[in-house]
Design a protein around this ligand. Sequence first.
Ligand code: ADP
Ligand code: MG
Length: 626
Amino acid sequence: MNIPKKEKYQFQSETKQILDLMIHSLYSNKEIFIRELISNASDAIEKIRFQLLSQKNNTIQNMKMKIRISINKQSNTLMISDNGIGMTKDEIIQNLGTIANSGTKKFLHSINSKKLKNNELIGKFGVGFYSSFIVSEKVIVKTRHHTELEPNNSILWESDGKGEYTIKKTNKKDFGTDIELYLKNTEIDFLENWKIKNIVCKYSDHISIPIEIQEYDEKNKVFFWKQINKAKALWRIPKSEITDNEYQDFYKNLSKSNDEPLSWIHNKVEGTQEYISLLYIPKKSDWNIWNFDSIKNGLKLYIKKTYIMDDANQFLPNYLRFIKGIIDTNNLPINISREILQENNVTKILKKSLTKRILTLIKNLSVEKKEKYKIFWKEFGLIFKEGIAEDIENKNQIAELLRFSSIQSNGKEQELSLQEYVNNMSKNQTKIYFLTAENYHTANTSPHLGIYRKNNINVLLLYDKIDDWMMNYLTEFKEIKFQSINKIDDDFEKTFNTSYKKENITEEMQEFLKKIRIVLKNEIKSVQYSNKLIDTPCALITEKDAMSTQMSKLFLAAGKKIPPLQYILEINPMHPLITKIISNQNDKNINTWIKILFDQSLLAEKGSLDNPNIFIKNINQIFMHQ
Ligand code: ADP
Ligand code: MG
């Protein structure tokens, strides 16, 4: 008998280094070797399919393509076989003995084993196959290239992953590749069928090639092959062939919940960027959506049909983090790491394109499915508002989708769009008016609102924490400027019929302002008579560019040091209380009155006083002298 000659080779030095790194760093996530080997097998099958397509070779074309996993508990071996393209001797040396990618050297120099820990960097440079050494003391690869007509010329590659490998000829009946893992004694867990099945379902359920595992039929005492993956990627099926029910079931699987999705969008894009996306808007937000340390989105990344990662948040902006779904692309290398994904140009292009798709989906809901849009806004409006600051490019589109409550709307529900507001503006009105406050009721009863109500001009009421921050970025809508009604408004006179004329201010009234300036010298920036106030004696406003009260509260709550706000005190000269005080200016309590006026304006504006006791004392003093 002709004993085949065994040839000994050394791994390329970098290869050895990667092997060492990998074995030591990937301990917590060993199971990924199955994903890597299945992904290679699936690639090999894709390649042969492609070859056969061009060759029109009917004999092999009719062969059933499959990946098979068999377990042998006697020999502690796990074998993954495919009937894919196979490798020639040169190819096996090239593919399994060296690292083709020149970037690998740089990569190795820049990395330490700590960084490799979270499995994400592994294989970025084509080291996927080596992950089999994490669990194996020896790996044997038997392969027969699809052009090799002589079974005896098949190749057997063998290594313990310690620096050397050998190659010899062997006999292999079928085309394709068998990867046989001789598991370490500590890894015999992987000899359990159920365990393998679980791992395959987790990572490779949607690989389009059937994966079969060998099972034993106790009754008939025979082995048989059982398919364990679905081998059918829903998102790769044409839209017209998928029922709503199937979409919904798929969502339930994906979100691990029983809820139905609010809506979804399924696209296949061809051309330079090839991808398929299936994106869902849920009905409810996840409990941890506000937990910024664990920002997740339920977007799964598939590359070339292989599951790569959950929470691929690189593909969506933060303000769309509630979206769940799949992105499947052929334009990225299969073993890309999260860090590299982030910087990748393809990722950036896909992110842009997915964002547009989702905004279109949301827009469609707002136009065609108003009831659903209400649910969307209630559940995700708060997060969605972040988009105004985060996504400059789509700001206008996001602004159109915002919803507000207003002084003319029914209660606190946020249902009014900016477009509707603009459509109903009155003749002289040139701005979109808004007011921010701590909560809806404070907003809706604000002293600033009087004149707008009287003139039948609508004011948006903003009472979510994020609103002030958002309004810093939202300065106009369709070229109409926003105006906060508790800030100075230069166009006020043009728009409103004011209730008093400057000429009517008497000397007595001037005198009163002077007194206020003295008493509140350290508290306010200035004081003036206002033509805006209706039922209130006084109120506070700020300069156009000043920080708003709500914003300053947020800063203070976050422990930031900010200078005190510089308020302008506005006095309503028509209010009976003010006329009464003015006519009794010689009252010895005048200073107390002034302090009370200021404190009550501050209370209305801020909701609290630095020292409420002084306010109470002042009020009591006035009561006692009545
Ligand atoms: P990658 O898959 O990223 O290229 P791997 O380390 O997983 O990196 O595999 C290296 C190469 O080895 C593959 O590109 C392929 O050419 C070859 N290879 C691995 N497994 C198989 C297989 N089952 N059949 C054919 N070729 C394979
Ligand atoms: Mg691979």
